[in-house]
Design a protein around this ligand. Sequence first.
Ligand SMILES: [Fe+2]
Length: 149
Amino acid sequence: MILINHNLYKKNFGWGQFNMLVWNENCIIGIDLIDAQHKHLFEICNQAYTLLKSDLKIDKYNDITLIIEDLRNYTKFHFKSEEDYMLSINYPGYEDQKKEHNDFVKELDSINLTNIDKDHQNQLEDLFGFIFTWILDHILKEDKLIMSS
Ligand SMILES: [Fe+2]
């Protein structure tokens, strides 16, 4: 079974590192609402990290499905807030940002966790490595430009 079958992930396969997302001052973009939402995104990601790294929980794969659902919903909510903010300040990079957001949402929507079980641990770590790296990279490279425009 393939967990995700979308171009962005395939193109960047092996790109991500499956590490906990650590919040530091580099992540601050200077808009309080967006910074708070980014922090919450990190928290959801780190729930997945903790769960996948846990040896204590035998059946963690139902919980992973719930976390992915949470991540999908919160990412969509957050992107909408960010896009509304960009529009409100006439941010010139709005279209590029929106395209990146849409591509990532398609990626998350294409994740298929039917029949997920312990055989998929490595695939899940790889998938989350990609997700974590995309989010961090996007904040540091794209979102930071919003305030400097
Ligand atoms: Fe963004």
